[in-house]
Design a protein around this ligand. Structure first.
Ligand code: GDP
Ligand code: MG
Length: 674
């Protein structure tokens, strides 16, 4: 079929597709998640209270010790923006908790005490925010009431130097005091300014919420909370808990402390779930739109090693943090040397990754987690526990590295910098079996609509072939055409080798392709070839459209002789062997001609040794009915022999044949004529 026609058909069928899309959220309010960062005791939690009226420390131990251990949350609605604040612990022992909170933030509130200035966790938290790709924020110079104006100016200079060249370069640095309230209104204004520049989160993508807390609420049951990072969710919907693969129903939703019918990306969200104990859910798990995300133990990524970090060796062990999850991972370094396509990540160690450098890597994870393409992650060293780098997930469902896969680095480059169309093409081309929607969506994070649009584009350029539309299955066009060629060649050779057979059995044709071709691909290619009149189907046989069985004159004569031999003897048929032996042609060809007669049902095989002519068998019902009328419906073997004039050797198989044909039914030694 011409290419244009194929792609028009694809477009036409796509019309009228229905996807589960939520209506846009009715209010025009913008949701922005702000995360704190900074050294312990620099006044982060107190500042959140000064801004929102809510003290974010909620654990008994936090209140008693006066330090933040885990994440805290507070809300503020101001100037058309709904702020969700995530307060993080500053203590170096709780960086792990800090990471879980920081992964979902849109904007940073970097807190630095005027009396202490920049301290170790100021640096580490700031590094983490840079590596997580946070785009904007403000700096609050807290405890300004404790120092004089000159000191404030000095610390400001120090901070300007510190953030130079980062996303915070040029961001407001505001002296505030939670104690006197000085500077708090200015800080709110600065936060609003940053919020206005924040891009709205992707509500059109599929729903995902990494869980940071799970608890029980009296009268409601299990509630989980987290920052809703993409898509939307509504009360009554079904969601999937990963990595467990448990389907659960959403009974209720809260955002900003209020019950809502629907929550969207960029909101701190509490989800009341039906059908699970809160103790079965832990931080690091996610709830997602069913079937749209996959759990993984292998992630291909781009890793940036921090300047101050030690060199990272091939197969080094690290802590891998993404979303609210954390797991131990082994790092395989992909080499970009030479032609840029040899994976070092196979076997032998190469040079270590140097501080300040970037590399493609594979993380082999100790535990299954859920990540999406484009997710930012952080890598920490086990001891001493420090942040050494971070980066971006390129392939969340990466395959095991292999020596044979020489195109991996090129593929990762495409994933890092290519357009959607380029990425889809590369993905399809790297899958000899083809790739389906069920794999494309979790690996790319695109919506089905986006996948279809990119696929249509590639069908037009002739790069890929739509093997199946629903569910979508794509195969590289050259591979599909290869299947065509192989089918045509196989049918051709079959005809050549079996001139007396009408064609090759469908199943034999299918298995000639081997296991590297899916059943769907075989079906689609065969269908195409039939439509294009390159092949034809006759019953279970696939053949060349023009192919007819052509007999030589001797073969035609032999065919007549065989038929006559059986037709002329009624039910007292000759032995097959004898008939074939009398023919002038060789036995193998004679056997084939016999097969043709059997296939055309001129002859009927009644038992392995006995063959009858169809005319002889056609007379039997009449004979039996005549017997039934005069002598009753029972007939024994001797009576049957007498009636048909054949010996016991023939009578028994013939009666069994009649039983199978339901003309008679066996009862003890006799038959009932039906
Ligand atoms: N004088 C003064 N003390 C403050 C200010 N902000 C916080 N503090 C105190 O600093 C201590 C640590 O504050 P906290 O908010 O727990 O710090 P965090 O560890 O960064 O969350 C507490 O005793 C606060 O009362 C401020 O603006 N002025
Ligand atoms: Mg605190």
């Amino acid at each position: 079929m011409p290419r244009e026609r194929r792609c028009r058909r694809y477009t036409a069928k796509r019309r009228g597709r229905i996807e589960r899309i939520h209506l846009p959220m009715s209010e025009s309010i913008k949701n922005v998640i702000v995360g704190t960062a900074g050294h312990i005791d620099h006044g982060k939690s107190t500042l959140i209270e000064a801004l929102t009226g809510t003290h974010p420390d909620r654990l008994e131990e936090e209140k008693r010790r006066g330090i933040t251990i885990d994440l805290g949350f507070a809300f503020l609605e101001e100037g058309g923006v709904r702020f969700g604040f995530v307060d993080v612990p500053g203590h170096e022992r709780f960086v792990k908790n800090m990471l879980a909170g920081t992964s979902g933030i849109d904007s940073l509130l970097l807190v630095i005490a005027a009396d202490e200035a920049i301290k170790p966790q100021t640096r580490e938290h700031f590094d983490i925010c840079r590596l997580l790709g946070v785009q904007r924020g403000v700096v609050a110079l807290t405890k300004s009431d404790l120092v004089d104006a000159d000191s404030v100016e000095l610390v400001k200079l120090e901070i300007e130097e510190f953030v130079k060249g980062s996303f915070l370069e040029g961001a407001p640095i505001l002296a505030v005091s939670a104690k006197t309230g000085a500077g708090i209104p200015d800080l709110k204004r600065a936060l609003l300014g940053a919020a206005r520049e924040t891009a709205s989160r992707q509500t059109q993508r599929y729903f995902r919420l990494p869980i940071d807390r799970s608890f029980a609420v009296k009268g409601f049951g299990t509630v989980v909370t987290g920052t809703l990072i993409s898509g939307q969710v509504a009360v009554g919907e079904q969601v999937e808990l990963l990595p467990q693969n448990t389907k659960l129903r959403v009974r209720g939703l809260q955002t900003g402390g209020k019950a809502v019918e629907q929550a969207g990306a960029g909101q701190r969200t509490a989800v009341n779930l039906v059908g699970i104990e809160h103790t079965a859910i832990a931080r690091g798990m996610v709830i997602v739109a069913p079937g749209r995300f996959g759990k993984t133990r292998r992630v291909d990524a781009q890793l940036d090693l921090l300047n101050g970090a030690p060199p990272l060796k091939h197969r080094a062990q690290v802590h891998f943090h993404v979303g609210t999850a954390e797991t131990i991972a082994e790092v395989l370094l992909y080499s970009e040397s030479g032609n840029g396509s040899s994976p070092k990540a196979v076997g032998k160690a190469g040079p270590a990754l140097q501080p300040g450098n970037r590399s493609f890597v594979q993380f082999q994870l100790a535990e299954e987690i859920v990540v999406g393409r484009g997710d930012r992650f952080i890598v920490r060293r086990a001891s001493p526990a420090t942040t050494i780098g971070g980066g971006e997930v390129l392939d969340p469902l990466a395959k095991r590295p292999s020596k044979k896969d020489s195109g991996r680095v090129r593929f990762l480059n495409t994933l890092a910098a290519g357009s959607r169309v380029e990425i889809l093409q590369a993905m399809v081309e790297r899958n000899v079996l083809g790739i389906g929607m069920a794999e494309i969506v979790p690996r790319t994070g695109w919506s089905e609509t986006e996948v279809h649009a990119a696929a249509q584009n590639l069908v037009k350029t002739g790069a890929i072939h739509v093997v199946n539309e629903e569910p979508l299955l794509l195969l590289a066009e050259p591979l599909f055409e290869e299947v065509w060629r192989r089918l045509l060649a196989r049918v051709d050779s079959f005809h050549r080798e079996n001139p007396l057979l009408p064609g090759i059995a469908r199943e034999d044709l299918r298995s000639s392709l081997g296991r590297r071709v899916r059943a769907e691909t075989f079906r689609a290619a065969l269908e195409d070839l039939i439509k294009r009149n390159k092949l034809a189907v006759q019953g279970e046989w696939v053949k060349n459209p023009g192919a007819e069985i052509s007999l030589t004159p001797e073969e035609a004569k032999a065919k007549e002789q065989i038929e006559r031999a059986f037709a002329g003897t009624g039910l007292a048929v000759p032995s097959v062997k004898e008939v074939l032996a009398q023919l002038a042609i060789e036995s193998r060809r004679a056997e084939k001609i016999l097969q043709i007669l059997l296939r055309d049902k001129v002859l009927v095989r009644v038992s392995p040794e006995l063959i009858f002519h169809r005319d002889a068998l056609a007379r039997l019902p009449g004979i039996l009915q005549g017997y039934k009328k005069t002598r009753g419906d029972r007939i024994g073997v001797p009576a049957f022999k007498e009636l048909t004039g054949i010996t016991r050797k023939y009578a028994i198989p013939l009666l069994e044949y009649l039983d199978r044909q339901r003309l008679t039914r066996r009862m003890g030694d006799e038959r009932v004529i039906l």
